[in-house]
Design a protein around this ligand. Structure first.
Ligand code: NAP
Length: 304
């Protein structure tokens, strides 16, 4: 069979918030896309080719390798993401985030494929904010440690790119509780009372906008670490209040608290999580405003 002339992109996390957006965006941008999911086939877009693989299991990765054929680029978005879940299920988290990423590095090496790995702004301690790519990481929780170890594995590969970012949004197929915005919407819909952190600042970016930027990165950046995020920052409380404003019938209480007032069984989190994006801007990548990003997400919520 004649091989397609399109670049083949393997996108891990295709059943997750970012991976799903990226699959759709990459197809629109002319890639031959293969999405990878693990436990949730129903959360992938059935219009495209998706394969099951537990990236932490080498047998599963070898099986994927046989099925997928030649790969030109791997966009590695899969990760165990729940911070408290990671803290309490360390072996599962280690297997997915550290072993899984090492396995993706080996797969990329075998194909001489570009490897674009999605990391997080929480690799930093979160005291000062405005973190640059060469600032010293100092993770506060197990999840962030595993993301940092994933970075190390990716950076040891000569075609490895690490993107630190905080993507936000609503999974378009629908999941109740998987990330901050989804948890908020689910809580508001159920009229539950909850806490919002008024001292955790992020320059998050919507998964949809980020997917578009992500596809441009390998064209302008060949190796190393790059920070992506909105031009401005908001606290999680400000973002939460904007979401709540779309639900006039909400009768629960959203209490504004410091992240430091959470009990000891709650994994520690950085406060000033926002990233300096000057390096990306110098490469010609355009960063959006956070309020515009929030509007995009609120429009999706309003249509649900
Ligand atoms: N969302 C955030 O707040 C945030 C903030 C900073 C950075 N990030 C980073 O951004 C990236 C994308 O996050 P997201 O919000 O899109 O994540 P998400 O919605 O939680 O999705 C996680 C994805 O990872 C897959 N996955 C987990 N374990 C796996 C395994 N062992 N093998 C194969 N796939 C596995 C899941 O597949 P199944 O569901 O099919 O099992 C799912 O597709 C991640 O690298 C994350 O660390 C996210």
């Amino acid at each position: 069979m004649k091989r397609s002339t399109k670049n083949k992109a393997l996108i891990t996390g295709a059943s997750g918030l970012l991976g799903l957006e990226l699959v759709r965006c990459a197809v629109k941008n002319g890639y031959n896309v293969v999405g990878v999911y693990n436990a949730n086939p129903d959360l992938t877009d059935k219009n495209y080719r998706n394969l099951k693989c537990d990236i932490g299991d080498i047998g599963s990765v070898n099986f994927l390798d046989k099925k997928v054929g030649k790969i030109d680029a791997i966009f590695h978005c899969a990760s165990m993401t729940g911070i408290d879940k990671c803290e309490n299920s360390r072996e599962v988290c280690w297997q997915a985030n550290v072993v899984g990423t090492r396995n993706m590095v080996e797969l990329a090496k075998k194909h001489r494929a570009k490897l674009i790995y999605i990391s997080t702004g929480s690799v930093f301690f979160g005291e000062k904010g405005n973190y640059k790519e060469n600032d010293t990481p100092d993770p506060k929780n197990f999840y962030s440690w595993t993301k940092l170890l994933g970075e190390e594995a990716v950076l040891a590969y000569d075609k490895g790119i690490v993107i630190r970012v905080v993507p936000i949004g609503i999974h378009s197929i629908g999941r109740p509780q998987a990330n901050f915005i989804e948890w908020l919407v689910d809580s508001v819909n159920k009229n539950k009372s909850f806490n919002l952190f008024n001292d955790v600042y992020i320059n998050a970016i919507s998964a949809k906008t980020f997917a578009g930027i992500l596809l441009k990165i390998p064209k302008v950046f060949k190796k190393g670490v790059l920070h992506i995020g909105s031009r401005d920052r908001l606290s999680k409380a400000e973002i939460g209040q904007a979401v709540i404003s779309k639900f006039p019938n909400f009768s629960g209480e959203a209490k504004l608290i410091s992240v430091e007032s959470m009990p000891g069984n709650f994994a520690a989190r950085p406060k000033e999580m926002w990233l300096n994006t000057n390096k990306a801007v110098k490469l010609g990548l355009k960063m959006p405003g956070l309020k515009d990003e929030l509007e995009l997400i609120l429009e999706v919520i309003a249509k649900k």
